[in-house]
Ligand binder design. Structure first.
Ligand SMILES: Cc1ncc(COP(=O)(O)O)c(C=O)c1O
Length: 303
């Protein structure tokens, strides 16, 4: 285990001391909401940049509201504790930060308190663009969870069990990752990432009502694509469009921009990472590490 300090229930403690009750609702039922936030180190500027903090905090608070418990912290406190935790660990490298609000105590799946929080940074490097291979995907036999059963708009721990089923099935059958369809048969998203296809130079992504998480990276890519004068479209996507797309990629705070090079063994385009996908990944990595000054508004300096 990496030796680091975790913000846990009001103070920073060694990771080994951040322990919870096995009977807590978060432990028993996955009753928690969380964010996965990336920070990128810029060696030239000797600075660490947190990407789109405000949007992550907004989504965290929406998740609380939808799952039915209140966040005990104001926005300013979330920001302060987040920065305090990373500074405490003196990171001078890329990190991924897990920020989780959870139901503690000895309750049940319907408990609404006590709400506690942890903030756990983990060292995580960005995608190596010089060694980009792309992933093989399959269309999962499992449906994506939906708004009227287990809303994917909420970033809740329990939702990830759906991703787990798809992922384990994909790996069992020799694929890297699953792509989920929503219960209406339309394309939804990956197990922990949203999805774009490219057709005739246009970037297309399933709409926000396609059983997807309201992804911050998806939103970033839509903005960047418009700046690149690309045509973009948010709409329903058919399964068959996956097989005839010129390019397909996943996106997310963890996935960044990940090319998909085959789906159900059908090559995507030439079966290599697509040109536009690679261009988008390059731009994305510049933006998140403050090498693209006009996007500085998305970044928060950690030091
Ligand atoms: C199911 C799911 N969809 C999409 C995403 C991408 O969201 P974001 O870009 O906000 O990280 C994630 C990752 O957080 C996810 O878990």
């Amino acid at each position: 285990m990496e030796d680091r300090g975790i913000w846990f229930k009001g103070s920073i403690v060694p990771v080994a001391d951040a322990k919870i009750n096995v009977l807590s609702p978060t432990s028993q039922f996955g009753l928690n909401v969380f964010e996965g936030i990336r920070c990128y180190w810029n060696e030239e500027q000797q600075q660490l940049y947190a990407f789109r903090l405000q949007e992550h905090f907004d989504r965290l608070l929406n998740s609380c509201k939808l799952i039915g418990f209140s966040c005990p912290y104001a926005l300013g406190q979330l920001r302060e504790y987040f920065l305090e935790t990373i500074r405490f660990n003196s990171y001078r490298q890329d990190v991924a930060v897990r920020m989780t609000l959870f139901i503690d105590g000895e309750g049940s799946w319907n408990s609404v308190a006590p709400v506690e929080m942890f903030i756990a940074p983990i060292a995580k490097s960005r995608t190596d663009v010089t060694n980009l291979k792309g992933l093989s995907a399959c269309v999962s036999s499992w449906d994506r969870i939906g708004d009227n059963c287990l809303p994917p708009r909420i970033k809740a721990g329990a939702n990830y069990i759906n991703g787990r089923y798809g992922h384990l099935e994909a790996r069992r059958n020799g694929y890297d990752v699953p792509i989920f369809l929503a219960s209406n048969g339309k394309v939804s998203e990956g197990a922990g990432a949203c999805l774009f296809i490219v057709r005739n130079g246009q970037l297309i992504t399933p709409s926000l009502t396609s059983s997807v998480l309201e992804s911050i990276t998806r939103n970033t890519i839509l903005d960047l694509a418009l700046e690149m004068n690309l045509r973009v479209c948010e709409r329903e996507v058919d399964r068959t469009e996956l097989y005839i797309a010129d390019e397909v990629f996943l996106c997310g705070s963890a996935a960044e921009v990940t090319p998909i090079t085959s789906i159900d063994r059908v090559p995507v385009g030439q079966g290599l990472p697509g040109e536009l996908t690679v261009k988008m990944l390059d731009l994305y990595l510049d933006v998140v590490s403050n090498k693209s000054p006009q996007h500085g508004g998305w970044l928060t300096k950690v030091y």
